[in-house]
Design a binder for this molecule. Structure first.
Ligand SMILES: Cc1cc2nc3c(=O)[nH]c(=O)nc-3n(C[C@H](O)[C@H](O)[C@H](O)COP(=O)(O)OP(=O)(O)OC[C@H]3O[C@@H](n4cnc5c(N)ncnc54)[C@H](O)[C@@H]3O)c2cc1C
Length: 564
């Protein structure tokens, strides 16, 4: 960012009620997320409300029009794994002030309740409030303890319950947004008549409706052909989700959700909620041979699990290594219970070795008996496959598996000093039917590079969504080069199987350059047109979703070993 004849800090301070700072500490804090990248912003702004966001965006748009090389990125909790909230320009940081849950209410048309929230609310606070009414947004991510609503919506997050409930996009009903000229709008489902009316005004909002409607109409076949074939996707712009083919209702929320703050900034969201079932039983499968995996997945899915997760032998071994530490960090009482609970698994490993993969299929029902019965039916369905299985009859018993699944990555990240958690093939999705073909090829590919990293594979096995986050020494140039060499090879395998490069973590700096490999040039041209329609001056998070390059990956990649 450079603007010799224009002092942007002064211009922003004049129009924004919240703080505008060039303080080194604040900038440093905003310079990283949980990705591989670092970008030091010039300024950090803490807006107090939508009017502040609007004023800040307006000031930046004016500076840009006057020739300044300035852009901005929104930031909620900064847990993004892709570099999404990083910029060298201005960061608009939401957690300090825009952290109000405005309403949690029972009852809406399709769902049992809804919440109205600002983007800076941490998910843990949001969940506490919704649970008071027995409700949740079921697309919460595994980072539920540290992330905020801003990123959950902007990344189209998903998580362990996405198998049954879908991703965040499904729950976003209405978004108040600030557009790239600083004007405000509310995006929600519009009937064809309402859409026609919206197109009339002389505003950026109306222009967006006019041009997006035309873009969808003119390219309907192309867009439909590229609708993702797998059950989760955060790659690209979700052009296929805007117009409901059944009702013809036109909803730009579905596009903003997952767009990583590149098209508009959201300041208030109405999110639908569900009432989760009360009781859970888990079928755990210990796989020593992956040959039966696809058949197991097929049969278990037919029994209707709420979630179906997995972790591999690397995770298991590393978790065992850090279990004492993990237990210590959890507090004595919980640790004692979990420590005792792991004895059975330790004995199993002592006699049979470490399983290649552990599968956790959880069945949710309104009574404990019904949940148990479902888990038992799934166990029965696998009988002739001779898989070692175990039923955990309630959530207390299954907790230890969830802890390894949810916490092992964070633990490794904290405890393997000198190695950096490097998300670059962290979130691809393949159709579960492709496992016999895909997994051995993936294994062989990773083995080729094993001297460069330690890795674990965990994931949402029911969706075919895998999380591989190698731990590497990024101070070595040869290791940084591996990131650029290995990713396209993995994505080639993924794309060949009809998969996607990211199910829930999104594109950011790390995956935007692969969008043409995934979607082809014609679709990427539509993404570029979409970006231009919403943000003609390219002030919202440039280089993410559109215009990102391999040089960006190389240039912004950190080269130290300090995990922040
Ligand atoms: C250990 C770990 C596990 C994870 N597991 C998951 C998982 O299971 N599923 C998953 O989906 N993700 C996961 N993530 C990634 C990340 O935590 C989530 O995507 C999360 O929802 C991001 O939320 P955040 O508030 O931290 O967003 P941030 O990192 O602050 O921002 C994310 C993106 O949203 C944009 N943004 C933020 N606020 C706004 C706004 N108001 N308007 C427009 N754009 C905005 C930012 O510019 C950025 O591009 C994980 C991360 C970690 C570290």
């Amino acid at each position: 960012m450079s603007s010799p004849d224009l002092n942007l800090k002064d211009a922003l301070t004049k129009v924004v009620k919240g703080e505008v700072t060039a303080d080194e500490g604040a900038r440093r804090e905003a310079a990283r997320d949980t990705s591989l990248f670092e970008r030091m912003p010039e300024l950090v702004v803490y807006p107090q409300d939508a009017a502040d966001v609007s004023a800040a965006v307006g000031a930046i748009a004016r500076a840009r029009e006057a020739g300044a090389d300035v852009a901005l990125a929104a930031r909620a909790a900064g847990t993004d794994m892709t570099g999404g909230p990083l910029t060298t320009g201005v960061v608009l940081s939401f957690t300090k002030h825009m952290n109000r849950i405005i309403q949690v209410a029972d009852g809406s048309e399709q769902m049992v309740g809804y919440a109205i929230t600002e983007p800076g609310v941490f998910y843990r606070d949001f969940e506490r409030a919704t649970l008071e009414k027995g409700l949740i947004i079921p697309s919460y991510p595994a980072s539920r303890g540290i992330c905020a609503m801003g990123g959950i919506v902007a990344n189209n997050s998903g998580g362990e319950r996405t198998l049954e409930y879908g991703q965040t996009e499904k729950y976003v009903e209405e978004l108040d947004v600030v557009l790239s000229d600083g004007s405000q709008a509310t995006f929600k489902a519009l009937s064809p008549a309402e859409l026609a009316e919206k197109k009339e005004a002389p505003s950026l909002e109306a222009d967006i409706y006019r041009k997006m409607d035309a873009l969808l109409t003119d390219n309907a076949t192309l867009i439909e052909q590229h609708r993702p074939k797998v059950s989760k996707n955060s790659a690209g712009y979700a052009l296929w989700s805007i117009r409901d083919p059944r009702t013809q209702r036109f909803n730009l929320c579905k596009l903003i959700c997952g767009s990583q703050g590149t098209l508009a900034l959201w300041t208030k969201a109405k999110l639908n909620l569900v009432r989760p079932k009360e009781h859970r039983a888990m079928l755990v499968c210990f796989l020593y041979d992956l040959a039966t995996l696809p058949e197991i997945v097929k049969r278990v899915l037919a029994c209707g699990p709420e979630s179906f997760e997995s972790y591999d032998d690397h995770t298991f071994k590393l978790a065992v290594r850090f279990i004492p530490l993990m237990l210590m960090q959890m507090g004595f009482e919980k640790a004692l219970r979990l420590g005792i609970d792991f004895v059975g698994e330790a004995a199993m490993v002592a006699t049979g070795g470490v399983p290649k993969m552990i599968l956790m299929a959880e069945f949710a029902e309104d009574t404990i008996e019904a949940a148990d019965a479902k888990a038992l039916a799934a166990k029965e369905a696998l009988k002739d496959l001779h898989v070692q299985t175990k039923i955990e009859k309630n959530e207390k018993e299954s907790e230890k598996y969830w802890i390894v699944r949810r916490e092992s990555f964070a633990l490794l990240r904290k405890n393997l000093h000198g190695l950096y958690a490097a998300p670059f093939i962290d979130d691809f999705v393949v159709p579960p039917a492709s496992y016999p073909d895909f997994l051995p090829k993936l294994d062989a590919l990773l083995a080729e590079y094993e001297s460069h990293f330690v890795y674990t594979i965990a994931g949402h096995i029911g969706n075919g969504n895998f999380h591989i986050i190698p731990l590497m020494d990024l101070s070595k140039e040869e290791n940084r080069q591996v990131i650029l060499d290995l990713a396209p090879k993995v994505y080639e395998l993924v794309i060949k199987e009809g998969g996607t490069t990211t199910g829930e973590h999104n594109d950011g700096i790390i995956r935007t350059p692969y969008l043409s490999m995934l979607f082809g040039e014609e679709m990427v041209a539509l993404f570029e047109k979409t970006k231009k329609i919403f943000d003609p001056l390219n002030i919202f998070n440039p280089g993410k979703k559109v215009g990102g390059t391999f040089a960006d990956i190389k240039n912004y990649m950190i080269s130290d070993t300090i995990q922040k």
